[in-house]
Each structure stands twice: as C-alpha cells, then as structure tokens.
Ligand binder design. Structure first.
Ligand code: S3P
Length: 422
C-alpha cells in the first residue's frame, strides 16, 4: 500500500527524514568502540540525556572523543583506569552494558543513577556476571562492580527477555576464557549481535541459543550513520493515525525486525501503514508510510520484548480504537523508567478511559478522551504518549522535561499534528 504524498486532495502530507537517531544504536556505537582498535566515526548520534550519560562514561574511562561536522570520532584508550565513578543518570542501557564490558577489566567501578534508575533491578545482570567471575555489590544501584580479567565462559538462560541483559552478557563473554552460550525465552532486540558480528566477532545462533567465542584480537574500527529510532517514530505514527486526514512518510527509519512489531500490531488494528526496506547491512533501514485510520481493538500477548518501548504509545492508539484491547505478558513494563502498567492505567483513567489492570498487562476500552491534567512520573515515554492526546483534547502533561531523555525535539514534530487539529 505504499502511497506517494498527495494521494488524496484533502489530506495534509508530512514528510520527515531526520526525526531522532536511534537510542539503542547510539549507545552501542560508543560502548563497542572499547572492543576496537583505531578511531571510529559516528554520524547522526542521538543528542539526548541517556546517550550523553554513555558518552561521559566513555570519556571517564579514557576514550578520546571529538565532535566535528555533526560526527563523533571516538578512540578507546590503551588502558582504562582501575577505579572510576560512573554516573548513568536515567539510562538502564548505559548501566547494564558498561557493567558487562567492565566485568573483564581488573578494577573497581562505582555505578550510580538517578532516583528511577536506582529502583530498577540489576540482579538480572548480577547473576550471570558473577557466575562468570565478576562481582557486583548490590542488586540495585549504587553498586560497585569488581572486574576479573580471568572471566569464565558459561552457559546461561535468562528468565527475562531483555536486550540489555543479553548485551551485558555478550560483552563479558567476548572477553572471557572459553566459549559462552546464552538463551532467553523470546528473542529480544538483536542490535548487539548484529553490530558485533558485522565487525567480525564470532557470535552464532544454534537453535534458540547464542554462542559467543572470545575475541582473539581487537575488532576493527567502524563508521556508522545512525538511522531514525522506530520507538520515537512510533509517537509520530500514532499521532498521524489518530489525526484526521494526515499522511506521513518518515525515511531513514531503523526497520530491524525486532523493533517494528508495534507497527505490525497497529496494522492489525486497521492502520493504513506500510514500510519499504532500502538498506539491509549492519542494520535494516527504510521508509515508513502512514495514513490517518479508523482503528479497532486488538489482543497482544506475544513478542512483548519487541515492542516494550512502544506500548505506552500503543495504549493511546488502543484508547482511540473501536472496541476493547488487551495486553498480556507485559510484566516487564513494571521495571522500566516507571511502572508503566500502573502509570498508563492511572493516566488513562484520569482522562476518562475505561481501563482494567492485570499483573502482566491491561485491558483498554476504546472511547473518547476527556480534557484533563496527567503526570509524566518522570518517564519520557509516558510523557510523550499523553502529549499525543493533545491532538484531540485539551491536555496538560506535568513533568514534560523528561522528553530530553530520548527525544529532545519531540514537540517540534508533534506541533505539525496539533496544528492540523480541527
Ligand atoms: C534497550 C533494550 C530495551 C529497551 C531500552 C533499550 C537496549 O530494554 O526497553 O529502552 O538498547 O538494549 P530490555 O530489552 O532490556 O527490556
């Protein structure tokens, strides 16, 4: 159904190519330079609070970082300090991936974060990294990681499907003695495997396990241009769907199959939405096309880890749909920047939507939003999701400054949709 702009004369057409660079790839493009030799070049790095935390930690660990012509050049140090204080702010990815990377370095590293990150579970990385031979002083930040230059390769099954846990494991396993194997119930986003394999690391899939061979030498440096973040583009997609008579095209979007499942769910809901792959190398990248659509309720209970960041925006689409939607097996939402099941339910109720809460999800009856005031609870994705309601109603979201965490330019884009409001 790929359409060209202006297919319908009464439609407003929006076309964007630079929305917001992908957060997962931005973090990884910095952290993976510690496994390489030489200077890597990153174009279109996400300038946000989370990725700033990663960049600052890279510098604390001795990386040489230069910014020139919208690019970041990074070269890892020959040796990293034996002691360091690492402030991860709000970013779970920063904390978990650096913990994995530093597990094999002899030294003591104090990891800390903001109030929200201090409440997020770290036992999920503590267990496997300690089985390999590192030690982590507490299951919550702040904690001290004591690295071990003689890590053991192990076989491990993670109870949670989490790309952060898997990536921490892979980063440690690449510097261990002997091969490691890792599995999780449902495959989580696979950027780490894809990126590092592209550079020459030996990470293979055997049935539902990943086998990681230790690196025998440093990987080559790389050049990467970060595509748009599908988790940020999701807000614009939902904005388009719930607007009347808007067509949207976004190009240069990361279309990795483990990141676009929420778009598939929107299609099931009746969204007129399509994508087109343009590039399929280190990552899958392409265009996405959307048109304002009538939505219907849907049930969602599989591949939750493939759309964990998109569920808050998906809930707004569900609240605007005809009929009831159900989300199950989404208990991981309770361990994000806020307990996203609780915060979505509270805010939806506050705006007059009928919603039921389960331990692992929620039931949302589509209806009409009322005008009102809601809270972000310091959670960027909750803030951006409820700002979408502004397309239809008068709404105030308190605590919007947290959009800085992942999508600082959000309002520049949302404005296009609120301006079309009838
Ligand atoms: C991320 C993984 C996801 C996601 C987070 C970024 C990553 O978390 O929620 O925003 O970059 O690896 P989990 O897969 O660990 O739940």
């Amino acid at each position: 159904m790929i359409f060209l702009p202006k297919t319908r004369s009464n439609f407003q057409c929006l076309e964007f190519d630079r929305v917001s660079p992908d957060k997962s790839l931005s973090h990884r493009s910095i952290i993976f330079s510690f496994l390489t030799q030489g200077r890597s070049e990153i174009e279109n790095f996400l300038d946000s609070q989370d990725t700033y935390a990663t960049l600052q930690i890279a510098k604390t660990l001795g990386a040489k970082v230069q910014k020139k012509n919208q690019r970041i050049f990074i070269e890892s140090p020959k040796e990293i300090p034996q002691q360091a204080n690492l402030q991860c702010l709000n970013s779970g990815t920063t904390m978990r991936l650096f913990a994995g990377l530093l597990s094999s370095k002899s030294g003591q590293f104090l990891f800390d974060g903001d109030k929200s990150l201090r409440q997020r579970p770290m036992q999920r990385i503590k267990t496997p990294l300690e089985l390999m031979g590192a030690s982590i002083s507490s299951p919550y930040a702040p904690f001290v990681l004591r690295g071990n230059s003689q890590l053991r390769g192990i076989e491990y099954h993670s109870e949670v499907s989490s790309a952060q846990v898997k990536s921490a494991f892979i980063l440690a396993a690449l510097c261990a003695n002997g091969e490691s194997k890792y599995s999780e119930d449902e495959l989580s986003r696979n950027h780490t495997e894809r990126f590092l394999t592209h550079l020459g690391a030996k990470i293979t899939h055997l049935q539902n396990q990943i086998c990681i061979s230790p690196l025998t030498c440093l990987l080559p440096s790389y050049k990467i241009k970060i595509p748009n973040d599908p988790s940020s583009v999701m807000f614009l997609v939902v904005a388009c769907l719930i607007s009347s008579c808007v067509e949207l095209k976004v190009s240069q979007v990361l279309l990795n199959p483990t990141r676009i499942y929420a778009f598939e769910i929107l299609k099931k809901m009746g969204a007129q939405l399509d994508y087109e792959v343009v590039e399929d190398g280190l990552e899958t990248i392409g265009n996405i096309y959307v048109r304002s659509s009538e939505l219907r309720g849907v049930e969602v209970s599989t591949h939750l880890s493939w759309m964990i960041d998109e569920i808050p925006a998906l809930c707004i689409a569900m609240a605007c749909a005809k009929g009831t939607s159900i989300i199950r097996h989404a208990q991981e939402l309770r361990f994000k920047e806020s307990d996203r099941i609780a915060t979505m339910v509270l805010n939806l109720k506050q705006l007059g939507i009928e919603v039921g809460e389960f331990d692992d999800g929620m039931e949302i009856k589509g209806g009409e939003f009322q005008d009102g005031v809601v809270q972000s609870y310091g959670d960027h994705r909750i803030a951006m999701s409820f700002a979408l309601v502004g397309i239809r109603r008068r709404i105030e979201v308190r605590g919007m400054e947290c959009v800085q965490i992942s999508f600082p330019r959000y309002f520049e884009f949302l404005k296009f949709f609120t301006d079309f409001k009838e």
